[in-house]
Design a protein around this ligand. Structure first.
Ligand code: ZN
Length: 279
């Protein structure tokens, strides 16, 4: 898919709480995903990533400039198979909107048209990253399938596990509406660290001691594990092309997702020794 016209999203940043505006511009087919820093479009595969503040922050090594909270926008691009586009932001954070990828996906879909798809990355053998009791393992497959398990010590969340495959339309329906989530008990700590300044019930699913605080309730009974999958789809977009693999993850985080992406980027760039690029 390619974009026929530019799409713009405006709102506030989740962590800074400031106004944030981002434009997604059409790019020449085959040019890939890129982000404009200091007036230069930098290929997404050349950007450094970090999992600061529970979001994905991209850093341009050339200018030292950063763009935070990119993962839900990237999830919408990858989930809809838009692989040629340029992200231009006025601030240092992508707007949080409703805390999910749905508004991004709807906006992109309205501007999309058929275009050539880049070759998919298929690792030739399984890769594994781990940290503490969390791990992610990826093995070659004919499509992207995620198998994610989370466990939060809250009576309304607890252990959740879901298997999902990317087929036409499945990202939009199954994952894109799942909102970022948090626990009321954590809010004072987050605020004390300067995080979640723009956070509220309109842009996150919040669990209080007795259940969901949002008046409209949850969008899915297992919204947290679906959101973890959405984040994983967004972080995997940093490979710069579709991936065909089965990804099994226990308690994935942005840091762990990034470790997997670094391994996949290596396997993509070492000439096929540990991975191959396939149509
Ligand atoms: Zn997220």
């Amino acid at each position: 898919m390619i974009l026929a016209q530019a799409v713009e999203f405006e709102g506030r940043g989740l962590h800074g709480g400031r106004d944030a505006r981002v434009q997604i511009l059409p790019s020449r087919p085959g040019s890939g995903l890129s982000v404009i820093f200091d007036g230069h479009a930098r290929p997404i595969v050349s950007l450094e990533m970090s999992g600061r503040d529970r979001s994905t922050v991209l850093r341009d090594p050339a200018s030292g400039r950063e763009l935070g909270s990119v993962e839900h926008l990237l999830a919408a691009l990858a989930g809809l198979d838009v692989w040629d586009a340029t992200i231009a932001s006025e601030g240092d954070e992508v707007p949080v909107l409703d805390g999910s990828a749905l508004p991004f996906a709807r906006g992109l879909r309205a501007a999309m048209e058929q275009g050539p798809a880049p070759a998919a990355l298929v690792p030739s053998s399984s890769v594994r990253v781990e940290g503490g009791d969390a791990w992610i393992e990826a093995e070659p497959s004919d499509r992207l399938t995620l198998e994610v398990a989370v466990d939060f010590p809250h009576p309304r969340v607890g252990a959740q596990r879901l298997v999902w495959s990317k087929v036409d339309g499945s990202f939009l329906e199954d994952l894109s509406p799942a909102r970022t989530f948090g626990f009321l008990a954590e809010l004072p700590q987050l605020r004390a660290r300067g995080l979640a300044a723009g956070g509220g019930l309109d842009c996150a699913l919040v669990f209080g001691p007795d259940g969901v605080l949002n008046p409209e309730g949850a969008r899915f009974a297992d919204e947290p594990v679906r959101h973890k999958m959405l984040d994983l789809v967004g972080d995997l977009a940093l490979v710069g092309r579709p991936v065909r693999m089965r990804v099994m993850a226990k308690k994935p985080s942005h840091e762990l997702n990034h470790a997997l992406v670094r391994m996949l980027r290596l396997c993509c760039h070492d000439g096929g020794g540990r991975g191959k690029v396939d149509q």
